[in-house]
Design a protein around this ligand. Structure first.
Ligand SMILES: Cc1cc2nc3c(=O)[nH]c(=O)nc-3n(C[C@H](O)[C@H](O)[C@H](O)COP(=O)(O)O)c2cc1C
Length: 190
């Protein structure tokens, strides 16, 4: 159910899914500033850093005859409940070989368990990504996957922040400050 706040503004339940193992790394920092903006705007936010042990979908199909329960007992069991709670899904990933991270892809694939006749609960989505390169085409493949995926599931994309040019400076993550600002402002403006 859509919740409306005091000033007639829509209050969202936002789930930020971070598909990077680097706590406080480039992607996690983008996610944190986005979260900060969203909380300031009055939304409810949950942020998860995907477990390193998250398994991929094994394609057994058991979920489709088993009341949509996935047989793999790992942290995804906890994530399913959070996914159902959220009306807005923020996917956050480092760029790995011009695509999203394997960890985030495992999360996406495992959502198959809760699909019914290839239909998924409706979500509005946002994409946050970090990368080392900063060419005009750096995020082309990842963005293409994201756009296709959200459209195919009938979801609505609210936009993206694509932070190229991230690198480590003396073991400290560096994200272009304008991109951090952009992520914060997007969170605030949701
Ligand atoms: C396995 C791997 C593959 C990567 N592939 C790319 C790539 O294709 N293009 C790119 O610009 N950066 C690539 N990078 C760099 C990361 O996207 C970049 O360092 C990112 O900001 C790391 O985010 P994190 O701090 O959240 O881990 C790759 C890094 C790794 C570890």
């Amino acid at each position: 159910m859509i919740q409306i706040g005091k000033e007639g503004k829509r209050m969202r339940r936002i789930l930020i899914v971070v598909g990077s193992g680097n706590i406080n790394g480039h992607t996690d920092q983008l996610a944190r500033v986005f979260e900060k903006g969203a909380i300031q705007a009055g939304h409810e936010v949950k942020r998860i850093v995907l477990s390193k042990n998250l398994q991929g979908c094994q394609g057994c199909g058991a979920c489709q005859i088993n009341q949509h329960h996935c047989v793999i007992q790992d942290s995804m069991q906890e994530y399913y409940a959070m996914f159902e709670w959220a009306d807005t899904l923020v996917l956050a990933s480092p760029l790995y070989f011009w695509s999203i991270s394997g960890r985030l892809k495992c999360f996406i694939d495992r959502l198959y368990a809760i699909s019914q006749n290839d239909e998924y609960p409706y979500k509005e989505t946002f994409l946050l990504m970090s990368a080392g390169d900063n060419h005009f085409w750096t995020f082309e493949q990842a963005l293409s996957f994201y756009s296709f995926y959200t459209k195919a599931l009938g979801w609505k994309s609210l936009g993206s922040v694509l932070a190229g040019g991230c690198h480590d400076e003396s073991h400290q993550p560096y994200i272009p400050p304008l991109k951090l600002q952009e992520a914060y402002e997007k969170g605030l403006s949701l």
